[in-house]
Design a protein around this ligand. Structure first.
Ligand SMILES: [Zn+2]
Length: 272
């Protein structure tokens, strides 16, 4: 059986009203969650990496310095250092599944020298040959990718598998690692944005940036309209969130985890 641990690697801060339409006009902390999965055959697999020291290195100079000004970032310890404290060396990470290429999800890619990277084809196309300004507008810092990134890459394409019925209304996914884990396209936030479903201590569905808070999928609460400026597709975003809301109400055993939910971070994430 797979085992699973949730980590928080840094956080950023901005106004809560932006991410919850009934939220407060107050500064709120947004943790960067990432997951460690231990597979009996394939070893250690990460879903995203959160922030790392690389983020600060890459945002020192203009125009990328604007990123850290708009959403100030704090980091106590990177995921690499947190894992080391748990007795797991960076070299032991075999795979990193990338939900999408926003910098708060990929800042630690350079920290794991043996990992192969798994992402969706559409996510990859969305970062192809961007000018620095266009990259910044997409929340992407090109130098966060290791030099040999493309040599270590596994690209997902067709949704080739039927998902278990308990995941309805989600029907199709991409099976990974002997069908023990499924990548599921969650359109709207970014092109090729993927979540993953797997069975560990309990059924887990990591949904990346499909929403910012658990409350959003539980009660179908949308973000502020201004946030659609950063989402790829408003209609698809609302559709994905509506599906997560349906799924939550039809399968209460499933633990749905958005990447920046502060209440899940405070109850379930390990962080130092
Ligand atoms: Zn994002």
């Amino acid at each position: 059986m797979l085992s699973f641990r949730l980590f928080q690697a840094g956080f950023c801060s901005h106004c809560q009203r932006m991410t919850l339409i009934d939220g407060e006009f107050k500064k709120h902390l947004y943790p960067a969650l990432c997951a460690l999965i231990n597979h009996p055959k394939y070893g250690y697999i990460l879903y995203d990496t959160g922030y790392s020291e690389q983020f600060f290195k890459q945002t020192r100079q203009f125009p990328f310095s604007l990123y850290n000004r708009i959403t100030p970032v704090s980091l106590n310890q990177s995921l690499k250092l947190q894992l080391l404290q748990k007795g797991i060396e960076a070299q032991e990470i075999n795979y990193i599944i990338i939900s999408h290429f926003h910098s708060d999800h990929i800042s630690g890619l350079k920290d794991f020298p043996n990992a192969r990277f798994i992402c969706h084809k559409d996510a990859l196309l969305s970062i192809d040959r961007l000018s620095p300004i266009k990259a910044l507008l997409k929340g992407f810092l090109p130098k966060l990718l290791p030099d040999d990134f493309y040599d270590r890459l596994i690209v997902l394409d067709e949704e080739n598998s039927s998902l278990p019925k308990k995941l309805r209304p989600f029907k199709k996914g991409i099976s990974l690692f002997d069908e023990s884990l499924f990548a599921i396209l969650l359109p709207g936030h970014a092109k090729g944005h993927i979540g993953i479903y797997f069975k560990a201590q309990q059924d887990i569905f990591l949904v990346g940036d499909s929403c910012w808070h658990s409350k959003s999928y539980q009660e179908l609460i949308l973000p502020s309209r201004i946030t659609y400026l950063i989402h790829d597709n408003k209609k698809a975003y609302i559709d994905t969130l509506s599906k997560l809301n349906q799924l939550h109400h039809s399968n209460k055993q499933l633990f749905i985890i958005p990447s920046h939910c502060d209440s899940i971070a405070s109850t379930h994430a390990e962080h130092l």
